[in-house]
Ligand binder design. Structure first.
Ligand SMILES: [Mg+2]
Length: 252
């Protein structure tokens, strides 16, 4: 592909691995800044509100403005607000501040993010019952797992699938790999999807989602990358690079 005009960059696994900066990523971002390339940071993280993501980027030495950060829970909140829907939440307590929840009996949407220990039988069953009554299911993403210092952990995807299966419904996915978040990012840079490149470590959520949304994509082999992802990325028409520094020096 020709040089991309704008970049969408995943945060976890690309800029840092469990809080440790990925070598070369700070310089890579600085290089893009000097080249005047518009950037958007896209994260499905659903254990941190937007302001904490901004703080995290600053701590990593990757300064970003509010408009450059798109988190999936904030995108869900904007989606609800635009439709005047009041949600019942199955989310991590740390991101409740993004939403204006409704009491259980008044909810007109069920929102599921990575809820950690809150994914217990009682709450999943409550969500299921709302879905059976026809309440729509909104989710941040279908990520199967995420990686922490002690290894891989279940993300929200498997729980969303379980609810879909039980209630015979399909979730509306607002975060990656849903097209909406990629399109929102490109639109906000004033660019067409085909002129933008997504850099991520999740072959399905970042790369598959970006390709379906019409963006070019580059998979990095940092973060949650596993060897079996290489062929899948190639199949999706994405390049595979050692890290974000390699992607940036390839084009800039
Ligand atoms: Mg990632």
């Amino acid at each position: 592909m020709p040089q991309p005009q704008g970049l969408c960059i995943d945060i976890s696994g690309v800029l840092h691995e469990e809080g440790e900066i990925v070598a070369g990523s700070r310089d890579a971002i600085a290089r893009l800044r000097r080249a005047g390339v518009p950037l958007r940071f896209l994260t499905n993280t659903s254990r941190k509100p937007s302001r904490a993501v901004l703080d995290q980027l600053r701590d990593l030495g990757v300064g970003a403005t509010e408009e450059e950060v798109l988190t999936a829970p904030a995108a869900v909140a904007r989606f609800l607000e635009a439709r005047n829907l009041k949600p019942w939440l199955l989310v991590h307590p740390d991101i409740e501040e993004e939403f204006e929840p409704a009491p259980y009996s008044d909810a007109d949407a069920v929102v599921v993010c990575d809820a950690g220990d809150r994914f217990d039988y009682r709450r999943l069953d409550q969500a299921f019952r709302l879905l059976m009554a026809g309440t729509p299911l909104l989710a941040v993403g279908m990520n199967r797992y995420f990686k922490q210092s002690d290894g891989l952990h279940l993300d929200a995807g498997p729980f969303i699938r379980a609810l879909e299966y039980a209630a015979g419904v399909e979730a509306t996915i607002i975060g990656k790999p849903g097209e909406a978040m990629f399109h929102e990012a490109c639109d906000s840079m004033g660019l067409a999807p085909g002129d933008c490149l997504m850099i991520g470590d999740d072959v399905e959520a970042d790369i598959g989602g970006a390709r379906r949304a019409g963006l070019e994509a580059a998979l990095v082999t940092t973060g949650k990358y596993r060897e079996s992802d290489h062929d899948r990325a190639t199949e999706l028409g994405a390049g595979v690079f050692d890290d974000i520094a390699a992607v940036v020096s390839h084009w800039f």
